[in-house]
Design a protein around this ligand. Structure first.
Ligand code: C5P
Length: 230
């Protein structure tokens, strides 16, 4: 059941306006990153986590994660110029440290409240034979395609749509193959896998795995998720 998890957190995105990398923004006294890594380890099926930090922020991130007391299971590396570079670097670091890895998760620190049960569901699906797995939720809103002027072109059948969360799970071979293609743009890792032609399986996600991106999300997390998680 053992998997390794990669958490690319090397961006300097400051959309939450807290004057620090988003992954280090605190929610009720603990950073998004700390909460995300704790959730991965709490699943019981993640043996090792590699976090990619900004190249001048490795110590900062190590200090942030120190309260976990899991120095042997968590390793911080300097990330790269783009997210894809950070994932590649973290993957190679994980494979260098842990032998016999077959399952790799890629998680977003902003999904800090992802329940450990979701992590287990993704790992189990990979280990039952799916080369790539994404946790998803149904789409509640009606979705319309619009042109550049805002005119509605058509209404998309939402029954066929899913909103995708993380962690996304892969066999090592498939993730490596997807990342061999340089310069490709996809909004998630599974998108890269789709492009090289492998099937991607959707499994149930969870509302608590929301991506904490805005001040509103942060407020929800403070009031609803953090009390429940502590
Ligand atoms: O900036 P953006 O929202 O696309 O970043 C998505 C995720 O990728 C963030 O968690 C960010 O920290 C990470 N990232 C990274 N290395 C980079 C750029 C972004 O790990 N060079």
């Amino acid at each position: 059941m053992n998997a390794v998890a990669l958490v690319p957190a090397a961006g300097r995105g400051r959309r939450l306006g807290a004057g620090m990398p988003k992954a280090l923004v605190p929610v009720a006294g603990e950073s998004l990153l700390l909460r995300a890594v704790r959730g991965l380890l709490a699943s019981g099926c993640v043996q090792h986590v590699v976090v990619a930090a900004p190249d001048d922020g490795v110590t900062l991130v190590e200090d942030d994660l120190a309260p976990l007391g899991a120095a042997d299971a968590v390793h911080v590396v300097a990330g790269g110029a783009e997210r894809t570079d950070s994932v590649r670097i973290a993957l190679e670091a994980a494979l260098a440290r842990v032998s016999g890895v077959t399952t790799v998760l890629v998680h977003d620190a902003a999904r800090a409240f992802t329940p450990p049960s979701v992590v287990r569901t993704v790992v189990e699906a990979v280990q039952r034979g799916a080369p790539a797995v994404v946790p998803v939720l149904p789409v509640a809103d009606t979705v319309k395609q619009v042109d550049v002027d805002g005119a509605v072109e058509h209404t998309v059948d939402r029954n066929a749509l899913r909103a995708v969360q993380t962690p996304q799970g892969f066999t090592v071979t498939v993730l490596r193959e997807a990342y061999e293609i340089d310069g490709d743009i996809a909004t998630d890792d599974a998108g890269l896998v789709e492009r090289v032609g492998h099937p991607v399986l959707a499994v149930p996600g969870h509302p608590h795995a929301l991506k904490i991106t805005t001040a509103f999300d942060l407020a929800i997390a403070e009031r609803v998720l953090a009390p429940a998680a502590s």
